[in-house]
Write a protein that binds this ligand. Structure first.
Ligand SMILES: NC(=O)c1ccc[n+]([C@@H]2O[C@H](COP(=O)([O-])OP(=O)(O)OC[C@H]3O[C@@H](n4cnc5c(N)ncnc54)[C@H](OP(=O)(O)O)[C@@H]3O)[C@@H](O)[C@H]2O)c1
Length: 303
């Protein structure tokens, strides 16, 4: 199986090279969405604490940070710039386009060519960069996840921005397998970021397809997102291993497939440390089988 290039074990898991790029990251990264204010809108209550989380992450070896200029809006990117600019060599910042946040705090689609072009410039300005390493086109989808429909027009706009040198590599978010194939006919896709965790296993087949191509799969809501994962099995396994349920949930993802890169989000240095330490947790085949039953039980409950 082709897995992208996995090298050198470290405290943050192996390293992964995004296929067809010179960009290599630790498999354990960080998602910055939690750094904005409540509801991912406006500034955080304690901006210094947000800066401290980012600096702690990078000091611990994290070199993959996920963001969007519509977090805040603008706030999260400005905090990243304040905390880390000038950026250390090797830091890969991945951002996304496709939404905007009007004054009422709602999430609205923003995928016209003009929206996408403006979105790239917002990211460049607020992050203090001349070019963006990886930009995900985030499709709006339906309430519960991706929805079929052509994304060719949006991906073509991103491909043009890549040719102009403003974007180095392109990924997709909240997409179906068919949309990945459609986009790949236009431009190389280096990562896919969808909702996936111990309970939501809708992308099991897609993860395998992407692994065969060396394409990274980056689950968002790895801990359950706005409703953190809760399961008696997860708690029992964590207790047995002397770990926390969140650590087991992250370790399970790292074991699930070698092309999975993690971007757990937190606004707390204590949670950050706990999450990063999950990369050092080894789960036996028996424990993995036990954890797999969490999703089976959830599916059975729905029927
Ligand atoms: N492409 C997309 O559509 C999309 C959508 C959502 C998110 N994302 C990206 O994915 C990243 C991860 O998703 P997420 O941050 O929404 O969800 P997540 O990582 O699943 O969970 C974050 C939530 O878990 C809490 N948490 C984190 N570590 C914890 C720990 N050790 N113990 C207890 N609670 C803990 C956080 O609260 P505290 O702050 O209190 O730790 C926060 O409420 C985001 O940061 C963002 O970059 C992308």
């Amino acid at each position: 199986m082709k897995t992208g290039n996995l090298t050198n074990e470290s405290k943050l898991g192996e390293r992964f090279t995004f296929s067809g790029t010179p960009l290599t990251v630790q498999r354990m990264g960080y998602g910055a969405m939690q750094l904005a204010g409540p509801g991912v809108y406006g500034p955080p209550k304690n901006p210094d604490a947000a800066v401290a989380v980012l600096r702690e992450a990078v000091a611990a070896g994290v070199n993959h940070i996920d963001t969007a200029d519509f977090y805040g809006p603008h706030v999260t990117n400005q905090i990243i710039k304040k905390a880390l600019h000038p950026y250390p060599t090797g830091l890969v910042i991945v951002t996304k386009l496709g939404a905007r946040r009007p004054a009422d705090g709602s999430w609205q689609p923003a995928f016209s060519p003009q929206d996408l072009i403006e979105g790239v410039h917002d990211n460049l300005r607020n992050l203090g960069l001349d070019a963006l390493d990886i930009v995900n086109y985030r499709a709006m989808g339906a309430i519960h996840g991706p929805a079929e429909g052509s994304i060719a027009r949006e991906v073509t706009v991103l491909a043009d921005l890549k040719r102009q040198g403003l974007i180095r590599h392109i990924g997709l978010s909240n997409v179906t397998a068919a949309q990945v194939v459609e986009a790949q006919a236009i431009i190389d896709i280096v990562c896919v970021q969808n909702n996936y965790n111990l309970v939501n296993r809708n992308d099991d087949a897609l993860i395998g397809d992407l692994a065969k191509q060396g394409i990274a799969y980056v689950p968002f809501f790895p801990l359950g997102g706005f409703t953190p994962l809760q399961s008696s099995t997860l708690s029992a396994v964590a207790h047995r291993l002397g770990a926390t349920p969140m650590q087991v949930a992250l370790a399970w993802l790292l074991h699930r497939s070698p092309n999975i890169l993690l971007i757990p989000g937190t606004s707390s240095v204590a949670h950050l440390r706990e999450n990063l330490a999950a990369a050092e947790l080894t789960l036996s085949p028996e424990t993995l089988a036990e954890l797999d039953e969490i999703a089976d039980a959830t599916v059975a409950m729905k029927h």
